[in-house]
Every structure is written in C-alpha cells, then in structure tokens.
Design a protein. Structure first.
Length: 470
C-alpha cells in the first residue's frame, strides 16, 4: 500500500519532530505545535471524513466549487473556542501565538496542507444562544489531527500534534499512526435514505410573511436600507442522517458550490453554499457579491427570460448594489486603491440564479484572513444595511437563533491565509432530526409572498438531499 511506504519513509522524520517538539514544550513550559506533511494515496476525502467517525467525535470537511481542492479533517489536535464581539481578533491572536513556535515539516507547500484550522463562527454573538446550537459556540476552529488534502489529482496527508510538557512520545506516535484506520475501505458514501417523516415551518408561512410585512413598512418609513430575515424549517427523517452521505449527494447535485461540514459528536452543521465570503492567498484577496434571486426556467428559453427579468429588476439591482458598496467600503482600508469590481452577471445554480459581481484586490503584507472576515461579516446580503441597526432589527423581529447560519465557515493556515464562505443553503443535523435555514433581503417595496417563495427556493438544495423533494 502506498500509504505504508509514505509512513515508513516519514516515520523517522515524524518521531524526530515529535521528540523535538516535546523537548521544546518542556523547555518553554508551553504547548508546541508539530506538523508533518506526507504524500498520500488516492482516496475519496468523503470516505476519509466518514471513516473518521469510527475514531473521533470531531470531523470537518471543505470543498471548493468544481473541486479545485478538498480538505477532510478527523480528530482534534487542538481546539480554539472564541466568544463575544472580539472573537475574530482573539482567535487570530491565539493562532499566531501557537504557530510562532511551531515545528513544521512540509516540503510540498501545497495549498491546504500543513497546520490549518477549520471551522466557523456564529452569525451574531450578541444574541442569546439556545439549546439548538449548544455544540457550536460563537467561534470554533479545529486543528485536525489528521488532514487529507486533495488537489490537482494528487493527495497529501498532514499529521498534526500539539505537545505539552505532560505529553509522552510513545503516546503521540501511537496516536499519529492511527491514521491507518481512516484509509481502510474505499467505498464512497451512498444516498442518505428515503423520504422524510415530517416537516414544518418555524414560524409558519403566514406568521413569517407578517414579519416581512412589518419590517418592510419600517423600511418604507426610511428607517434602514435593507434587513435580511431568515426562517427555519424542521424535518424529521425516517432514520439517522449520515453527514457524509448528505455531503455525497450535495457533491453530485451542487458541485458548483462550497461544500462544508463541521461535525461534533451527534451534531453536524453542513451545507452547499454558492457564496464566497473571502479568500486570501499571497496577499491577493478575492470576494464576491451575491444578492438578488430568481428561479431557473424549465426550458432554456424560459431560463433566459427569467435571467433577463432578474437583471432588469430595479428592486434586485438596488439590493445587489447595497452589497457591492458595503464590501468595497469594508475592504477599502486594507486594499487601498488596489480593489476592482467586475461586471454584474448571473450565477446560475441548479434551482436558482443570482446577480453576481466578483471583487478582487491586494492587501498589505502581514494581513490576517480573520481580520478580513471580521470586516466583511455580516455582509448586507446576510444582515442588511446599515449593519448595526439592521442587526438590531433582526434581533427584534426574527425571533430565532441563527447560530452558524449565514455566518463564516472555512479554514486558515499558519501564514494567516485561507478561505471562508457564507454558511447558507445549510442544515443542522442531529440524529434523525434536521433544521434547515433560508433568508431573504427585505427592502422598501418587498412583497411578502415573493420573499416567502424565494426562501422556499433556497431550502430546496438541503431538502432534496434529505429526501424532502425530488
């Protein structure tokens, strides 16, 4: 087996690195990060993620649109939990501190290898949390003990450890080599199962439309420019939902989206998001504006007609421009004059199409990805504008705990670079229960019936893979 050879070749390096890390931890009386990267055999990252459930309660998954690269992490070598309004800065500082003394053995330098944190944040740390999101704090970033990275037709295995003065070398080596178990069995995850047993709106349709109507009347009086209102949809399956199998279905049907999952015990938050929040690599920053929606057409002619209707919609273009302007304003300080917006176009997904504008720029040296995440979250597409008054109105009217819905999910490496998406088209799974989320941007002139219909469209990706619709 190729993995055997890779481990044998790397085992001496790994043992030496762990021994050096333990010695350093004892000398400095503080944790020391040790990380080694090996070539790995071809293996489905989703199978790696699924098999990880045999040995660990913490699992994470990330895949870019079109499968440019895929990350699957199993077990936690280190976990960073952050709370409150300063969670992004606190997380960045803690990660910088750990990486400062790290011993990293990586001769490849491939994107998404080496020590990286994977996870996400809540939408609004100022809103009281509920039991629904008890497994997901305001911020949670996991350093996987085992990380499988697939890109450009090749795979790499990263093994991470965080050593303390109390660590033992034999135990750390034994833990590292448990990775063998994750490569046993090549079967790709299958479909999640049959139809749902039960589904319900939370709140019910008419109650949600009434909330939209009241908020729209507030906006008509000039209180704000835009407020995003979300709703929940609860479903009961006929069996336990398997996150890997749900992801497998999303990979087939929504390969043009970011696929993500953060699993903790029997809780798993996952989804297929079309919306990139921000990517930072070699000081180049990339983000996008995705706001304004309409259905796909049953025929090419109808699809083209609907797309033209969306492009011509004054309401949707105004909503879109809110987002573009806000993103550019948020990045202006760190990008200076090096910020460019592309032409507005249509992003066509399986069951919905959106107005789309790409935005690229260049940041000054030393900028951290989490600094950009903090500047951008929440965009007007997820919260509204102006930001703080819109969030206050969401707290007053929405009546639910969004948790991680519409919030940043992604990964960051030891250089402070990486990528985050916006956690929409998502669901929180627990056993045979799932809670789905969808939201709509409300502006003066919004129609409650149309907004409700749009929210239903946005629920379709998750409902389709959970067995709710065909």
């Amino acid at each position: 087996m190729i993995l055997d050879t890779a481990i044998i070749i790397g085992e001496r390096r790994l043992q030496s690195l762990l021994a050096d890390g333990l010695r350093k931890a004892c000398e400095r009386q503080r944790p020391v990060l040790v990380s080694t990267v090996l070539r790995a055999p071809q293996h489905d990252p989703l199978a790696f993620f699924e098999h990880g459930g045999r040995i660990a309660t913490e699992r994470v998954f990330w895949s870019t649109p079109g499968g440019e690269y895929t990350l699957a992490g199993v077990d936690a070598a280190w976990t960073l939990a952050a709370t409150g309004a300063n969670r992004f800065a606190d997380a960045a500082a803690a990660w910088r501190s750990l990486c400062a003394d790290a011993l990293i053995d990586d001769t490849f330098g491939v994107l998404g290898t080496g020590p990286i944190l994977m996870g996400g944040f809540s939408f609004d740390p100022l809103r009281p949390a509920t039991e629904l999101w008890s497994a997901f704090p305001d911020g949670l970033l996991v350093l996987p003990r085992y990380l499988l990275t697939h890109a450009d037709g090749a795979s790499w295995l990263t093994i991470n450890a965080v050593l303390t003065p109390d660590s033992t070398l034999s135990a750390e080596i034994e833990a590292a080599l448990r990775v063998y178990e994750l490569f046993e069995g090549e079967d790709a995850p299958s479909a999640p199962g049959g139809p749902l047993r039960h589904a319900e709106d939370v709140p019910e349709a008419e109650a949600w439309k009434a909330i939209v109507r009241e908020v729209e009347q507030n906006l008509r009086r000039g209180a704000l420019g835009k407020v995003v209102l979300a709703r929940q949809y609860r479903v009961q399956g006929r069996g336990v939902f398997n996150p890997a199998r749900v992801l497998a279905q999303l990979r087939v049907g929504y390969s043009d989206c970011f696929l993500f999952a953060v699993a903790r015990g029997d809780h798993c938050f996952l989804g297929a998001s079309p919306e990139q929040l921000v990517r930072l690599r070699h000081e180049n920053v990339r983000t996008s504006c995705l706001a304004g929606s309409i259905a796909r057409g049953a025929t090419p002619e109808l699809d083209h007609q609907l797309g033209d209707e969306l492009l011509a919609s004054a309401k949707d273009r105004a909503e879109h421009e809110f987002v573009v302007r806000a993103i550019c304003d948020a990045l202006a300080e760190v990008c200076g004059g090096h910020l460019t917006t592309g032409a507005i176009s249509l992003m066509k997904l399986r069951n919905i199409q959106h107005l789309f504008t790409p935005i690229v720029g260049r940041v000054s040296r030393g900028r951290n990805l989490l600094d950009l995440v903090e500047r951008l979250h929440p965009t007007p597409a997820m919260g509204g504008t102006p930001r703080e008054p819109a969030l206050a109105m969401i707290r007053e009217f929405e009546g639910m705990d969004r948790g991680w819905y519409a919030a940043p999910v992604g990964w960051i490496d030891a250089r402070g670079e990486g990528e985050f998406a916006v956690a929409i088209r998502s669901a929180l799974l627990r056993g045979s229960q799932a809670v789905l989320f969808a939201g709509c941007g409300i502006v003066a002139g919004s129609n409650p019936e149309r907004e409700y219909a749009e929210s239903c469209l946005k629920l379709r990706p998750m409902l389709s893979v959970l067995g709710g619709i065909s």
